[in-house]
Ligand binder design. Sequence first.
Ligand code: BES
Ligand code: MN
Ligand code: ZN
Length: 500
Amino acid sequence: MKITFADPARPAKGVAVVFVLEGGKWTETGALLDKKTKGALRRAAKAAKFTGKKGQELTVLAPTGTSLDRVLAVGLGNADGIDAKILNEAGGAIQAALAKHTASADIHVDEIKKLPLDTSKMAAEIGYGAELRSYRFDKYRTREKAENKPTLKGLTIRVPGAAAARKAHAPLGKIADGVFLTRDLVSEPPNVLYPAEFADRIKAELTALGAKVTVLGVKEMEKLGMGALLGVGQGSTRESKMVIMEWNGLKADKKGAAKPLAFIGKGVCFDTGGISIKPAAGMEDMKWDMGGAGVVSGLMKALAGRKAEVHVIGAVGLVENMPDGNAQRPGDIVTSMSGQTVEVLNTDAEGRLVLCDVLHYVKERFKPKFMVDLATLTGAVIIALGESRAGMFANDDDLADKIFTAGEEIGERVWRLPLGDEYDKLLDSDAADMKNISGGRGAGSITAAQFLQRFVGDTPWVHLDIAGVTWSKKDTAVVPKGGTAFGVRLLEKFVAENYG
Ligand code: BES
Ligand code: MN
Ligand code: ZN
């Protein structure tokens, strides 16, 4: 969907979107239309109990006294409470309300007194929200009925100072591009998106933006001694890969100075559980077990796309976890790149085995300022936090606080869970340096995080368990059902606020 910015104009034809503040305060264009209709808009509002609360919407069809087909009034709540998140949600609501019957619409953004952000920023955030909500993964639907297909092709945002709005929107459009890459990757079926295909796609996407991309195959990873990652992939006919993306947008005089930021993602392109096989019901969900790697790829695209002045590494471990004559067995002992040995007691606890080698590699190779990993790591985090917050684990309070804050602002929220020696010792093994599951029933997300912590040394580190938030069964304001890309906007915000 195309978002354009244009100078204000009186609504004449088609669809007009106007805004209303709490207490029935219509912004300029809305008030003007109400006058033209001899008060029909305000009467309709009264009849529908539409008072301008945030989240409220009112549609008036073919209003008398105008040649318009439709007026959509959208509530924003109190002027002093309006922030980017509320505007994104308003944009998303507009997109959803018009998607199925309208080709284009004019959104009239008038000046609002006591607005905490300027009007051009307001217009930009509304456009961004509409864009985020417009995503659809329909490339494999060849027989969809015309009446079910979205008709909305573009939105024109009419605002004083359209050029400033366009400029404020530009970086947001790049973030949306990153979000859409993640959603595409997460939505692709597992017969199409296997490790090599994943690697090819992100290499093409990121090199086009000027990032450096390195792809390692099994031979290279064997040389590095990545026995934990390779053990997971050994039952698959699809070759395991690791991809390292590097974006250095620092100014020439700073280029070599600072340590890079690093983001690491679990990319299990399909997780059958391996020999410890999963039940059939719901196994199809495991196509999105590469969600962490998808987020890291989308985040890198967003940062490179908006030419962020930061040095950042994105690394993803890509494997397929299959049962096979060559698959790893429960009881196998593998040697990780760090030299630590792992007794694999359950081949379905594979994400940690992939991540431990990628974490160690990134730590040694880049000596980063910090590492943030994302993984659809445990079903247990869904039991703990449900589907609205990701689980967060950290060895560094400052880093955790920064990510928490970014999440509250952007609406991708996390909740910190504890780490501790009492959990760590549950992973001690009699046969090797550690086992990959605790064997007990409790604290499954914590023991998974403890496992990862054994590989990060004293590098500041945050682990986000995104198993509950990577896929959504229902639409929300800026996220249509399906792959959410949870983490892209969160970490982009975290980088923008703290590093550039
Ligand atoms: N990919 C799964 C976790 C998962 C479950 C993600 C549901 C999204 C939705 C992971 O590899 C896994 O199988 N974890 C096991 C760990 C157990 C064997 C210790 C789990 O959560 O049951
Ligand atoms: Mn698993
Ligand atoms: Zn998994």
